[in-house]
Design a protein around this ligand. Sequence first.
Ligand SMILES: [Zn+2]
Length: 307
Amino acid sequence: MMSGRLLAAVAVVGAVVLAIGDQVSGGERLGVVGKQGELSPEETTTSSPPPTTARTFAAPVPTTTVAPPPPAITPVVSNGPRTRPLVALTFDSDMNEAMLRSLNSHRVASYDATPVVDVLQEMKVPATFFLTGMWVERYPETAARIAADPMFEAANHSYSHRSFAQPCYGLPAVPPGEMAADVQRAFDAIRVKVPQVKPYFRFPGGCYNEAALRALAPLGITGIQWDVVGGDPFNQSPDSIVQASLAKAQPGSIIVLHSTFGTAPMTAKALPRIIAGLKAKGLTPVTLSELLNHPAAAKPNPPHAEF
Ligand SMILES: [Zn+2]
């Protein structure tokens, strides 16, 4: 049974989720991805159900007057409102110990994001980068370049790309007691180069469960999944990345791609056609904050928690 206090807090979370998906048709408010067959090996989600808060407490609370206390559970979204012709291009910048070893032994030349950033800046297209703390430490100049461009947003993809729920496609796990500290460590590392990092978090591999959502609740962040998978990791075919990115894109879509050249070498090549294709469908890429129009988007930084 839930305590009254917890119930109240969960109800507020429901209101927050509702604010994000208030124009969204019922089943897609949270839209946690359930189509594993279409997901890439790197960025897939568990079959965990979405937090039940959205469906259970989707009451018509006027969100403009809500001043939510710290939520009891981290809200998760995978798309924005379906009523505006906007989409968010999101790029994950993974880094972990194994990738660092590949770099140091020259098995991989680069996990830098410069090819993707070059295309986006040349075409003047907004985007959101989910950075791991270790990636920022390895590529501080590119992180600073992302920070310096007002078209771009940066958010959090954990410190070292470990998983927050098992199994998760071979990723090593963050011990449950260390989850919040890991995300905070990532924020600290990202802020060195991107002081305005947004309070959004993408779970490595998209893997999470209720325990993880509760563990991260004190940080006041929003979990960001996706509803369109570009399928770019280890994909040598720009055509298939273009096709995957466009086929299911619709108003409100969050498209997941990768900026790490070594693991997603064709993403930058596919991007001009993805952008042109979105525009041909009448869809305009915007930052995640603009897509979600989320109250949290107004906060420049997540609440600082000490661990
Ligand atoms: Zn990732």
